[in-house]
Ligand binder design. Structure first.
Ligand SMILES: CC(C)(COP(=O)(O)OP(=O)(O)OC[C@H]1O[C@@H](n2cnc3c(N)ncnc32)[C@H](O)[C@@H]1OP(=O)(O)O)[C@@H](O)C(=O)NCCC(=O)NCCS
Length: 330
């Protein structure tokens, strides 16, 4: 009989094999655990759920819980990923059961929001996930950046010893994940990710990372530092043919404006498929932070809380601004 449970150490190994076989089918690309080092880590087993039939792991789902700085204080979010059912067991409700199991655990932990990323939203709509939030995809391939000069500094590839300074620049973003100790090292050190830094003396003025393992090819997935330095780094990333697009989350749109003024094209997209798991917890948290109750949605509608992008591509602000940067998607 099918059982849904938290992964044991042995089931964790089987889960990694299942996820890798299903979502990293290209053998030359990175492995699933390279691209999702935090959510798939053995230390995160409390948040890795498996469907067991006999002794076989036939389905799985993993969550990564982290606090986020938002426009209304610190709010915990569960990122959900590695959703896989082995091929011969598909279409029998296993993934729906895993989703419901995870959502119960998330609600029980008083984590008010859950998010996942998918190109097949119909698999998740039944459990309440809908497109919400806003982020900007800026295509700077044809942007005029030729006049930009690196003065008084040097651009070079990211090195491990840059991590503390890079993390400090990331922490200056008003909307971001509050990463746990060790997260930055794991994320910036992902195989396949390419980082560039702008250094003046010993001081980092800016950084960017392109790609995330096999994910986000051609995209800058995270940047930080002063906008001028970031734009110079973007020009260099384009010259090195590692990126021509940049994902700009809410709270970091100064860069978007700067690039658009130089001819970049952009589109607004939902930041993910969201579910308001515990509206009461969310309302209590934002009310404490903002000391006003009146403008918060009464509903569990994620788009009312986080904003949305309509069919014409127009973004609509929500009550709450929250950004998930590329590295923090799971
Ligand atoms: C996506 C995947 C996990 C779904 O697993 P599953 O166990 O077959 O899913 P379920 O049978 O529980 O169905 C989940 C929901 O999707 C719907 N669904 C299932 N197959 C579907 C299909 N072919 N087309 C449309 N909807 C479908 C179900 O009706 C159900 O909706 P409900 O919750 O409203 O009842 C599985 O297809 C898979 O492993 N795919 C390969 C890996 C992958 O792409 N993972 C997703 C990464 S984002």
């Amino acid at each position: 009989m099918l059982e849904i449970r938290t992964a044991s150490l042995a089931q964790h190994a089987a889960m990694l094999a299942l996820v890798d076989a299903e979502i990293r089918t290209d053998v030359t690309a990175t492995c699933a655990w390279d691209d999702f080092p935090l959510v798939l880590a053995s230390e995160n087993r409390d948040w890795q759920f498996v469907a067991i039939e006999g002794k076989e792991v036939v389905g799985c789902l993993a969550c990564l819980i982290r606090p986020f700085t938002t426009s209304c204080g610190i709010i915990s979010v569960a990122g959900i990923g590695s959703v896989v059912t082995t091929a011969r067991w598909r279409g029998r409700g296993i993934s729906s059961r895993l989703q419901r199991f995870a959502l119960e655990r998330i609600a029980a932990s008083e984590v008010p929001l859950a998010v996942l990323w998918t190109d097949r939203p119909e698999y998740y709509a039944g459990c309440g996930f809908g497109a919400a939030g806003v982020e900007y995809h800026v295509d700077y391939e044809d942007c005029d950046l030729n006049d930009l000069l690196v003065t008084g500094g040097q651009i070079r590839p990211y090195q491990d010893q840059d991590t503390a300074q890079v993390a400090a620049l990331y922490a200056r973003h008003p909307l971001r994940t509050v990463r746990a100790p060790g997260d930055a090292e794991s994320l910036y050190g992902m195989p396949g990710t390419r980082g560039l830094v702008f250094v003046e003396g010993q001081q980092l003025r800016g950084y960017l990372f392109a790609g995330k393992g096999a994910d986000f090819p051609d995209y800058v997935t995270e940047f930080g530092g002063d906008s001028e330095a970031v734009v110079v780094l973007l020009a260099e990333a384009r010259r090195r043919q590692i990126a021509t697009k940049v994902l700009v989350p809410q709270g970091a749109t100064a860069l978007q404006r700067l690039l658009v003024a130089r001819g970049a094209r952009w589109s607004a997209r939902p930041s993910g498929y969201w579910s308001v798991v515990a509206a009461d917890v969310l309302r209590a948290t934002v009310s404490t932070a903002a000391s006003t109750v009146a403008r918060w949605p009464d509903s569990n509608d994620a788009a009312a809380w986080l904003g949305s992008v309509d069919r014409t591509g127009t973004p609509h602000a929500g009550a709450l601004q929250l950004a998930v940067w590329g590295f923090d998607s799971v």
